[in-house]
Design a protein around this ligand. Structure first.
Ligand code: HEM
Length: 142
């Protein structure tokens, strides 16, 4: 099951706005994540300073390739490997998802319509499920 046409269209259309506010959104996302789910903080113990930029870049790359997911193959592998090294688990995905959507909502304000938030929610969990599946394989062979 892929993403709906509507979701792909909305995400592609809003990718430039997310790019523009990418750093503000990811910074806000970490604020919300560490405030509401402090247990996730330990996972980022060794995180480099540029982690915010990497996540922002991943979101944008994802948005630009939403209907061409193979392009993201290499990035998915790199993210999955890093996530397993830092002990990211499936239960963390909803925490990051809720924090990311909250951040988009806060930064974009009125521009973040329900349709836009719904589309990004769908897209986030779609990518999240791909990562979770790959990470499960890596955990099992480790
Ligand atoms: C769709 C969801 C996600 C995306 C797109 C994403 C993206 C990324 C990217 C691009 C990196 C850098 C990979 C590299 O260095 O090559 C990364 C690393 C990392 N992510 Fe995620 N991530 C997601 C979900 C999560 C979740 C749910 C957690 C758990 C709280 C998490 C925690 C981390 C940690 C701890 C690192 C390593 C930081 C470091 O030490 O470098 N991520 N992620």
């Amino acid at each position: 099951m892929g993403l709906s046409e509507k979701t792909i269209e909305i995400c592609k259309a809003t990718a430039p706005v997310l790019t523009e506010h990418g750093e503000a959104i990811t910074t806000k996302m970490y604020d919300i994540l560490f405030r509401d789910y402090p247990e996730t903080k330990a996972l980022f113990g060794e995180a480099p300073e540029d982690q915010h930029k990497k996540l922002a870049a991943a979101i944008v790359a994802y948005a630009s390739n939403m209907d061409n997911l193979e392009v993201l193959g290499k990035a998915v592998e790199s993210m999955a490997q890093r996530h397993v090294k830092t002990d990211v688990k499936p239960e963390h995905y909803p925490m990051v998802g809720v924090s990311l959507l909250g951040a988009i909502k806060e930064v974009l304000g009125d521009a973040a319509t329900d349709d836009i938030l719904e589309a990004w929610k769908e897209a986030y969990f779609y990518l999240g499920d791909i990562l979770i599946a790959r990470e499960k394989e890596i955990y099992e062979t480790a």
